[in-house]
Design a protein around this ligand. Structure first.
Ligand code: SAM
Length: 216
């Protein structure tokens, strides 16, 4: 997702208390930012923030951090946060950054769960290492998540999903569950919170794939 450049995005992000600007200096100190030591769950590539904000509302005992590369997209997530439905949430922060730097921002074992929803497929083989489920990214996630920590991934793109299953099998993650039809899988769909893309693609008749991997 890349919205056209929105000039005011940078200034809104700069002024917004939920948008973190000095993320690298927070490494190892995210508990101080939230004022508690509750588990931290992050969503990488959160887009317009619907999943992150609904999860934060449903699970006040968890701290959520959304990561998005483009300021024009993060702006939309901040605007959603500012609505009556979400503006009282204390357990949400957002960062405008490329996830390639994730281990500069979180310390060893600082994150308990990572969500990847409808990540960009990067279909050309020469770009495989840019996929957020590539072995290169899985190795970065290992730097910030403890043994037993979870990675959850949803996509309607079956090619990307099959690639991701293979990458997990080749890595220090163990596949704990997966399905090619999430919305028909009673157990895995329980408590499912839809993302913007999930709603759009499932309305078009696409099946949604989901995997859960656990750090070995
Ligand atoms: N997760 C949302 C959903 O399911 O509706 C948005 C999906 S959209 C296809 C993927 C999002 O991930 C885009 O907003 C894109 O900018 C962001 N993204 C892709 N690669 C990223 C990276 N390396 N670091 C941070 N964000 C990234």
């Amino acid at each position: 997702m890349r919205l056209r450049n929105i000039p005011r995005a940078e200034s809104v992000i700069e002024a917004h208390p939920v948008a973190i600007k000095d993320e690298i200096s927070r490494k190892g100190k995210w508990g101080e930012e939230f004022g508690n030591e509750r588990p931290i769950h992050i969503e990488i590539g959160m887009g317009k923030g619907r999943f992150l904000l609904n999860m934060a509302k449903l699970h006040p005992q968890v701290n959520y951090i959304g990561i998005e590369r483009y300021s024009s997209v993060l702006l939309r997530a901040l605007e959603l946060y500012d609505t009556e439905e979400f503006c009282d949430l204390k357990n949400v922060r957002m960062i405008c950054m490329d996830a390639v730097q994730i281990d500069d921002v979180f310390d060893k074992n600082e994150v308990s769960r990572i969500y990847l929803n409808f990540s960009d497929p990067w279909p050309k083989a020469k770009h495989a290492r840019r996929r957020l489920t590539s072995r290169e990214f899985l190795a970065r996630y290992e730097q910030i998540i403890p043994k037993g920590g979870q990675l959850e991934f949803k996509t309607d793109n079956t090619e990307l999903f099959n690639f991701s299953l293979e990458e997990v099998r080749e890595s220090s993650w163990e596949l704990s569950a997966y399905t090619y039809n999430l919305h028909n899988h009673e157990k895995m769909n329980e408590g499912n919170v839809m993302t913007e893309y999930e709603e759009k693609f499932s309305k078009q008749g696409n099946q949604i794939n989901k995997m859960i991997a656990v750090r070995k």
